[in-house]
Write a protein that binds this ligand. Sequence first.
Ligand code: ZN
Length: 176
Amino acid sequence: MESKLFNEIFLKGKRKQVSFTKTTEHKEGDVWKEKGKTWTIQNGIKITISVLDNIRKETHIPHLCPQCNRPMNKKLDVKFYTLFKMCMDCKIEEDTELIKKGKFDEYAKEYTKKNKLNWFEDLKAQLADFIDNHDNQYLYNEFGEKEEWSKEMSKEELKKIFDKQIIEIEKQINKS
Ligand SMILES: [Zn+2]
């Protein structure tokens, strides 16, 4: 249960905070301050504005590649843009240049590590936030169904589990 939960929320790239506090005080689209954070309700799910902004930033794909101004109409362009902020052709060109200069290996290694560290920082913040807001939480599984579980575990138990996972992940990243 514990690691299934952990995997579902944090490791499958679900960046959206999936908590939902039972409240009738706020409705869809409302924006308010609570515990030092700005919150809103989107599709019935209570999320922090900063989390929302990140989702927007992450999913906003312009029509034209900012590097070459050509339309990004290939499926892979979207993926490349999300990762590298340029279209697939530009990225391939760039990598080809790097390969020619014999620098690709060095570059790829650095990118991966940096990316992992960013992701890890993000993850730790999300976990801390998750524990903070533990009471009365629901999770949405990948089918969009609501799963209640907060009563199954105390904040302390949760923290213990997450701390263990964090140490494991940190070990893995440092090894890479
Ligand atoms: Zn381009």
